[in-house]
Design a binder for this molecule. Structure first.
Ligand code: C2E
Ligand code: CA
Ligand code: CA
Length: 464
């Protein structure tokens, strides 16, 4: 509406003239133009122009508020093969689905841009490196889930390069270039991986790179070895099982701890071959102990998400059991609660396959993730492993005591066993005993030990 004022000199009156215009059509066209100019027609995602706009704004905000930003460059691996074998229609459907999944991985304030072809760029606001790593892992796992496109079941992976503002660049062009460079690094690394841009190699990135490179040859160079930590029945004090914990004998790097090298192995995909090695070696060792006439005990092996989602995981477990001749019920797989509950619906099938083999499954670090009770009931899980953070303060912190007690009761109600990890004191053991926990593991009884030390520990124990 536009209004004009008209003065009438003769009788000194003021008139107003209002003109209405229906501009619906004009607005609609404007919207369409905006849509065409700033969004990708196929996926409906922001295009590179809008990305540049948003990134510039985000940089201003981040600069003012002294926060970090992250630009993730994602390129689908072998997308061209889909296009070539199934046709462009299938390729398009796949891109739409990928765009949707990516959108579900980020917050509303973030941007998922289709950059072109099979490339996507994610702009994440106000974020630190640790969260970026978690995000990158989530994104890789999300892309990796199966697709059903035109009645065909497909799998797809992605390579991700990451640049952080302000560390890796302070403007659109630099950040983009560096994220792209990092993405190529991830591709070279065997795909289905993420990489941070590495400009000047500061202490921690340098260390990370060196560790990563050394890890590639660790198996061949016989640097990896297994430590075994006893799991003890809380009532009889008998040995019920051992947890296998990976160790890396590398003097130059000062023997990196699993907390340092396992995340690197996971990020680079090396965990798949390392994990296979751990499982095989553990079973071989178990067989030696059985053949030596020891009373059978469970071998608990930690399994990473990347291993578990590997297509052939359950058949690998199956063939390893057959090859080594270890009865399946003596193998227990430890999966963390976070991994299990991230995609419980998808995990059920694989878990069922494994439990059909007769293998046991326990949920590690229980209490630190967000378990859905409904899934907990449905999953073929035999044991909950109470996280050591609760056990540590069981005596002093009333809340932790209550949490541990509730986990034990929950497990009982669901017909599952409990094991507590990180038990260091008699007080903790007593608390767990009085509250009905089945098994304990921790420094109180034994540290993780090399084979020979474990064997003499066991000898001594049997003589007690
Ligand atoms: P986790 O599975 O939660 O393993 C338990 C960790 O607690 C081990 O650390 C163990 O040495 C430590 N621990 C055991 N008893 C006590 C105690 O009484 N007090 C304290 N403070 N700590 C105790 P470790 O060996 O350094 O392993 C760290 C993590 O690395 C493991 O956590 C696991 O997530 C991962 N890891 C180790 N070996 C493997 C492996 O073969 N495969 C995979 N995927 N992950 C592994
Ligand atoms: Ca564990
Ligand atoms: Ca644990």
């Amino acid at each position: 509406m536009s209004i004009s004022r008209v003065l009438d000199d003769q009788d000194n009156l003021t008139y107003y003239i209002a003109i209405f215009n229906d501009i619906t059509h004009k607005k609609r066209i404007e919207n369409e133009i905006h849509q065409l100019a700033f969004y990708d027609p196929l996926t409906g995602s922001p295009n590179r122009h809008l990305l540049r706009d948003r990134l510039n704004q985000a940089i201003n905000v981040a600069h003012r508020e002294n926060t970090q930003l992250c630009l993730i460059f994602l390129d689908l691996d072998r997308f061209k093969e889909v296009n070539d074998t199934l046709g462009h229609g299938a390729g398009d459907d796949l891109l739409i689905e990928v765009a949707q999944r990516l959108k579900n991985c980020v917050r509303d304030v973030d941007t998922v841009c289709r950059f072109g072809g099979d490339e996507f760029i994610l702009l994440l606001n106000d974020i630190n490196e640790k969260t970026v790593i978690e995000k990158a892992q989530t994104i890789l796992a999300t892309v990796l889930k199966q697709y059903v496109i035109q009645n065909e079941v497909l799998t797809l992976s992605a390579s991700i390069g990451i640049a952080m503002y302000p560390r890796d660049g302070e403007d659109y062009a630099t950040l983009l270039k560096n994220a792209d460079t990092a993405m190529y690094g991830a591709k070279e690394n065997g795909r289905n991986a993420f990489r941070f841009y590495q400009a000047e190699l500061d202490g921690s990135t340098m260390r990370r790179m060196v560790v990563e490179n050394a890890l590639r040859n660790a198996i061949e160079n016989n640097e990896l070895w297994l430590a075994f930590q006893p799991q003890i029945c809380i009532t009889t004090k008998n040995l019920k099982g051992v947890e296998v914990l990976l160790r890396w004998n590398n003097e130059t790097l000062n023997h990196p701890s699993p907390d340092e090298f396992i995340p690197i192995a996971e990020a680079t995909g090396l965990i798949v071959s390392i994990g296979e090695w751990v499982l095989k070696e553990s079973l071989k060792q178990a067989k030696l102990w059985l053949d030596a006439g020891l009373e059978p005990f469970t071998i608990a092996v930690n399994i990473s998400a990347r291993q578990f989602w590997n297509e052939n995981f359950s058949s690998f477990v199956h063939s390893s059991l057959l090859e080594t001749g270890v009865p399946p019920h003596l193998l227990e797989l430890e999966l963390t609660e976070r991994v299990v509950m991230r995609e419980p619906e998808a995990i059920i099938d694989i878990m069922n396959e494994l439990s059909l083999l007769g293998v046991k499954i326990s949920i590690d670090d229980f209490g630190t993730g967000y378990s859905s009770l409904n899934y907990l009931k449905r999953l073929p899980v035999t044991k909950l492993k109470i996280d050591q953070s609760f056990v540590r303060d069981i005596e002093s912190d009333n809340d932790d005591g209550i949490i541990v007690l509730s986990i034990i009761q929950l497990a009982k109600a669901l017909g599952k066993e409990t094991i507590a990890e990180g038990v260091e004191t008699l007080g903790q053991e007593l608390f767990l005993f009085e509250n009905g926990c089945d098994t304990i593991q921790g420094f109180l009884h034994a540290r993780p030990m090399a084979i020979t030390i474990f064997e003499s520990w066991l000898d001594k124990k049997l003589c007690e």
